[in-house]
Ligand binder design. Structure first.
Ligand code: ZN
Length: 382
């Protein structure tokens, strides 16, 4: 049996000029098995995930055996964002018309259809795990289709939820979701829901951020939240502790506005152990052990340092580097502070920013022109 490749173009939007924006959904299937879903670039400037997808396609193309299950891949998942250029910069994080973050406002099925969810749970309280999760996927799909119809009937499909619904539907029956993002200028890091902390170790990332099981509208949350709600409900109502066969992760692959095909190969190597863990590849498949050590940090230790001043900013440390309390993180330059006194240069206009605690740099502000109050850098606080 051979792997079967398919592609499907889905219209995202009609443009005022009459042309259309489309996404090109690529999938490969082999024997029955898990469904893994990957998408890149819901934030339109965060494009490195496309290099991962291309290199994964290339890897699978030359993989001689038949895989188990299906891998669905959506490169350039949000053409709205990627096409939105402002000179050299891609304004891909927010909808330019509405201001909405493209990775928010996904539809939480369980909250919206709570009564139906509880009815499902009671109906299936004694269903054995495998069948239960098959039924649950069916419930998720039917519920999403129903909600979409309700929104259409009420004429409530707008720019953001149009693309949201398309992507949510593509991932609704997945067993694993990898949502590919980047930071502004950043090191590699990963968001995992608390319950999937152990499984997240199969994704070879230096920094893993553990998030609680709430829903704030992002794609990873909207895909795992129904499952964590199911687990919670089964435990509290029936005393049944379910092991979830589903995970979703947000992978932050370095910096935005960067597309590096060679890094894309290394990015594939980061996710292969996870695909193997899920059963896409046989358990005897040999994967070179990764030298990357996962470091896990709870969300409360992920800190944003807001700029206390305005000016030009020179970073003395790079993403991925560690620092100690009191270290100089960077230097502000304020032209108004250059001072000449008694025919001498009294002040160069440069002031140091020192660390209040020890940690590791994850993200830094991508522009040297820094306004007061901006998110100057994000760090893991040790
Ligand atoms: Zn993003």
């Amino acid at each position: 049996m051979k792997n079967i490749w398919k592609q499907k173009k889905i219209k995202v939007k009609e443009l005022p000029s009459g042309d259309t924006l489309n996404i090109n959904v690529i999938s490969v299937s082999g024997h029955p098995g898990p469904h893994i879903y990957l998408q890149a670039g819901i934030h339109g400037a965060e494009v490195q995930g496309n290099a991962l997808i291309i290199q994964l396609i290339d890897f699978l193309k030359s993989y001689k055996a038949t895989i188990n299950g299906t891998i669905t891949m959506v490169p350039l998942a949000n053409p709205n964002g990627t096409n939105n250029k402002n000179n050299t910069y891609t304004n891909g994080r927010f909808n330019a018309n509405t201001g909405d973050n493209w990775n928010r406002n996904f539809i939480d099925l369980v909250t919206l259809k709570r009564a139906s969810f509880e009815k499902f749970c009671h109906k299936n309280k004694q269903t054995e795990n495998k069948v239960l999760f098959t039924h649950f996927k069916k419930w998720l799909k039917q519920t999403l289709i129903k909600i979409e119809k309700e929104l259409k009937d009420k004429n409530q499909i707008h720019e953001n939820n149009e693309i949201n619904l398309i992507l949510q539907k593509l991932a609704i029956e997945a067993d694993g979701v990898l949502d590919l993002h980047t930071g502004p200028i950043a090191t590699y890091y990963l968001y995992t829901p608390e319950y999937a902390k152990e499984v997240s170790k199969y994704l070879k990332f230096e920094n893993t951020l553990v998030i609680p099981h709430y829903f704030a509208g992002a794609f990873d949350e909207v895909t795992f939240h129904p499952y964590t709600e199911l687990k919670k409900y089964f435990f509290s109502e029936f005393g049944r502790d379910l092991t979830l066969p589903f995970e979703s992760f947000t992978l932050e692959l370095g910096s935005e506005e960067a597309f590096d095909l060679e890094s894309g190969k290394r990015d594939v190597a980061r996710i292969l152990p996870y695909l193997k863990y899920k059963g896409v590849f046989p358990s005897n498949m040999r994967i070179k052990p990764s030298p990357i050590k996962n470091q896990t940090i709870p969300l409360e230790n992920f800190k944003t340092i807001y700029s206390k001043q305005s000016g030009l900013f020179h970073f003395d440390i790079k993403p991925g580097e560690t620092f100690k309390k009191g270290d100089v993180i960077g230097r502000y330059f304020n032209a108004q502070k250059i001072k000449i006194k008694n025919n001498k240069i009294d002040h160069l206009g440069i002031e140091e920013l020192k660390a209040d605690y020890s940690g590791k740099v994850i993200n830094i502000f991508p522009s040297a022109v820094v306004p007061q109050g901006c998110e100057l850098l994000q760090v893991f606080k040790y």
